[in-house]
Design a protein around this ligand. Structure first.
Ligand SMILES: Cc1cc2nc3c(=O)[nH]c(=O)nc-3n(C[C@H](O)[C@H](O)[C@H](O)COP(=O)(O)OP(=O)(O)OC[C@H]3O[C@@H](n4cnc5c(N)ncnc54)[C@H](O)[C@@H]3O)c2cc1C
Ligand code: FES
Length: 286
């Protein structure tokens, strides 16, 4: 990082060069996941930084490496981004050991996010499993900021057990709102749980969908997609109004290294968000 001291305005032309961000808040969400708020240090970068919900950044821990991470905050939170990160290896483990005030590297935003503008004026059905709530949280926050632009908004979120429910405090408060229909479920309940029990697909019995006016978005473990899409199709939703976000192993994030192939496309540049119509035509996507 020589020549890239804190606050230095980076004029590097290479897309691989990270800029710096300071950790301004860390919240323990579960045993494995923390929510990090980062403030971009460089004023030029900070003022010009925009993204779409569903896009990701490459997070750099200097001397350790890089990892792709979805942005969980809404684009309206100018100058700051939030990352919900599971401690799952070298880079994410090193991030989990950081404190408020420490500096990390970021590059991006990368990829294609959800078609927010196209979704306006419609009902929205969001379905998340486990850590899949991380990118959908950005979309939820963005919809919240412009709530009057949307019809009914339904969020179905499944976790393995109550201790793994992410954003539980906020969602507990949201359960009582009438502008969001939020239903949480867990596979294995405990004595603290008074919500639904069973797979997220079971929740489809509890909701009404207007198929001519609804956009769907799905993010979660790979095994979930097929079954959630089946439920959406049973509700007669159009294949080109169902959006899926794919996680593939990534390196460069900018379409150069070939690590993230989905059929004949790259998840890092053509995705990670694809319509189900597009995904059906990509070999091995679902
Ligand atoms: C577009 C995108 C968005 C992501 N968003 C988030 C997010 O919001 N929060 C979050 O916590 N994680 C997210 N991830 C996953 C995260 O990038 C990986 O867990 C990352 O590799 C962790 O880096 P590491 O150095 O800590 O782990 P490593 O030390 O590199 O790896 C730990 C283990 O995970 C395996 N692994 C690495 N990448 C993947 C992958 N993509 N899928 C399955 N297994 C993998 C490795 O083989 C190894 O076994 C995202 C991934 C992608 C592609
Ligand atoms: S991560 Fe390198 S091509 Fe997609």
């Amino acid at each position: 990082m020589s020549g890239h001291e804190e606050g230095h305005v980076c004029s590097c032309a290479t897309p691989y060069h990270p800029w710096q961000a300071r950790i301004t808040s860390i919240i323990d969400l579960t045993e494995k996941e923390k929510l990090f708020e980062l403030r971009i240090i460089d004023a030029d970068v900070r003022e010009n930084f925009t993204f779409d919900s569903g896009q990701f950044i490459e997070l750099s821990l200097f001397g350790v490496g890089e990892a792709p991470v979805s942005i969980s905050s809404a684009p309206s939170k100018q100058g700051f981004i939030e990352l919900c990160v599971r401690n799952s290896g070298d880079v994410t483990g090193a991030l989990h050991r950081k404190q408020c005030g420490d500096v990390v590297g970021l590059r991006g935003p990368y990829g294609r996010g959800f078609p927010f503008e196209e979704m306006k004026g419609h009902d929205i059905l969001l379905v998340a499993g486990g850590l899949g709530i991380a990118p959908l949280k950005s979309l939820i926050n963005h919809i919240h900021d412009e709530r009057h632009e949307f019809g009914t908004v339904t969020i179905l979120y499944g976790s393995r057990n109550p201790s793994e429910v992410l954003f539980r405090q906020q969602f507990d408060m949201w359960k009582h709102r009438d502008d969001f229909n939020l239903i949480l479920t867990v596979d294995q309940p405990d004595e603290t749980w008074d919500g639904e029990v069973g797979l997220v697909t079971k929740l489809f019995d509890r909701i009404d969908v207007n198929p001519d006016n609804t956009y769907g978005a799905i993010c979660g473990p790979p095994v979930m997609y097929k079954y959630v899409i089946e439920e959406m199709r049973k509700k007669q939703m159009d294949v080109d109004r169902i959006y899926v976000s794919f996680e593939r192993r990534m390196k460069c994030g900018v379409g150069k290294c070939g690590h993230c192939g989905v059929g004949h496309q790259y998840a890092c540049t053509d995705g990670p968000v694809f319509s189900y119509w597009e995904a059906m035509n990509l070999q091995g996507a679902i």
